[in-house]
Design a protein around this ligand. Sequence first.
Ligand code: UD1
Ligand code: PEP
Length: 418
Amino acid sequence: MEKLMITGGRPLQGTVSISGAKNSAIALIPAAILAESEVILDNLPLLSDVAVYSEILEELGATVSWEGSQMKIDPSSIKSIPMPNGSVKKLRASYYMMGAMLGRFKEAIIGLPGGCNFEPRPIDQHIKGFEALGATITNEHGAIHLHAKELRGNKIYLDVSSVGATINIMLAAARAKGATIIENAAKEPEIIDVATLLNSMGAIIKGAGTETIRIEGVSELHGCRHSIIPDRIQAGTYMIAAAATRGNVLIDNVIPKHMEALTAKMQEMGIGIEEYDESIRVIGASRYEHVDVKALVYPGFATDLQSPMTSLLTQAQGVSVLSDFVYSNRFKHVPELVRMGAKIRVEGRSAIIEGGRLNAAKVKAADLRAGAALVIAGLTVSEGVTEVTGVEYIDRGYDHLVSNLRQLGADVWRQTDN
Ligand SMILES: CC(=O)N[C@H]1[C@@H](OP(=O)(O)OP(=O)(O)OC[C@H]2O[C@@H](n3ccc(=O)[nH]c3=O)[C@H](O)[C@@H]2O)O[C@H](CO)[C@@H](O)[C@@H]1O
Ligand SMILES: C=C(OP(=O)(O)O)C(=O)O
């Protein structure tokens, strides 16, 4: 079993460069299925989810070569092969195979997604969107069967502004007949990134990043080259880690605009923030004020930073209230932080956090961002060694985590126990 070992108490110092966004990468790779020729993706993060996605495309017959942060995908030999089990079960975003395969072949059989299950994560809005485009959908023994004689554009109002449903409908609609309008679309930066790639492939998509997206279907898409936006959740995690250790860190290769909800909260706590064109410096202080945080859809505070933020709030004076309005039960990190001495109780969709010192402990990450929260907590503890298991979750979203933290002066290492 692999674990992360952390002797904390050292303020993080130096520069960390952020890789491309996981939540873009794992939508852009399946989007390449829609093209007839080679798609080149630059600034790709080296993550386990990305590796699984390249496996999925190879299983379908695509030629994938991956060198450093560049992936080349030649989808010209892709075939419509059912994927009820196997790799698709390993990650959440395999649901994008539904939209991409439907767009290209008008049919797909895809096993229900795996990934981080911090609470039930329905895909009813994805299904509603595909049905509106003319697909017939059945769930047979845990695999979704999708079929359409032809896909026709339609107006789709999403009941919840879902990132996955918005992207999935864009993928299928890009090669449908006529115009599709998505209302109450999600506005996350990763949606703009996917629309940018699709438009470079010859799609006609307008309004990505707003609540109304219009997609004019085209009969064919071609290859292109695209550079993935920086990962705002990784960036936010390092910003929080810098502040939690009362360090001074330049976070490079970020889009500061994407970080606004976090930077505003950190400034409210008394943390120094300097913004540059493509980087942000976080300057820790000896005392932080308590704040209330509400995780919301973009441009609100990201739910994916809610767990790391919980760890930072244990370092503030007084009582903070952190509520998650996207995932009301995303609190699997809380019992583990309590094992480390944190004073936190969960009431409904809120964690009530009383600032205080943490202790080293053996803790388990139950999902990706819970893992990030535990690493940050461990970095604040100077006595003893914090051991974090569940490293496979952390590897879904943070490439070079150990080397990045070590470069910033942290005493962190990976250990494998038999
Ligand atoms: C691969 C990826 O990009 N993952 C991100 C994506 O997940 P994901 O796309 O799965 O999340 P959604 O935006 O779809 O979920 C938002 C909310 O809508 C609900 N919902 C969603 C779809 C649906 O059909 N029905 C429904 O009720 C969910 O339960 C949740 O409460 O956005 C989440 C919210 O920012 C992030 O935490 C994830 O990191
Ligand atoms: C929940 C996350 O990802 P996924 O939707 O891929 O499980 C995340 O990135 O925090």
